[in-house]
Design a protein around this ligand. Structure first.
Ligand code: FAD
Length: 116
């Protein structure tokens, strides 16, 4: 890994951003207000404009066109984010992640204390 004062690589930026996005989804309200649903959708669209990896941002904007964020609840947003991440995994030749395990990975932690 690079020293922390070096610019982030696409991979480091991606890992940190996914950690943030999945954790944000894991703590999104169970019953969001209409405004919260709208603002989360806007947030993800704005990420597609400002994400500081030009190609990733472009890919994200394309995905958002066909895959509207499901902001109706914490569970639904977590699942949607997992599917989005799996799309990117597929594109990059990485394995699919099991989307039934979002809370263990990003909110509660695994029973055996592992992180991945
Ligand atoms: P990452 O994919 O960063 O995953 C980190 C951890 O998240 C994994 O170790 C695992 O524990 C967990 N995880 C894996 N899959 C899931 C899932 N589906 N749901 C929940 N948790 C999961 N890179 C490019 O080269 N081109 C792109 O177009 C591109 N687009 C991106 C778009 C976005 C919005 C983001 C946030 C990142 C993008 N990246 C892109 C970066 C890429 O997705 C990876 O972050 C990077 O390649 C590092 O991969 P990694 O193998 O370390 O694990």
């Amino acid at each position: 890994a690079q020293a922390s004062n070096c610019p982030l690589s696409t991979e480091e930026l991606g890992r940190s951003t996914w950690a943030f996005l999945h954790t944000m989804a894991a703590y999104y309200p169970d019953q969001p207000s209409y405004t919260q649903q709208h603002e989360m959708t806007q947030f993800l669209h704005l990420l597609g404009k400002f994400y500081p990896c030009v190609n990733c941002a472009k890919n994200l904007r394309n995905r958002l066109r066909t895959k509207k964020p499901d902001t109706r609840s914490r569970k639904k947003l977590s699942k949607w984010m997992c599917l989005l991440h799996n799309d990117v995994n597929t594109m990059l030749g990485k394995p699919q992640y099991d989307c039934s395990q979002m809370d263990e990975r990003w909110r509660e932690g695994w029973k055996n204390g592992s992180c991945d």
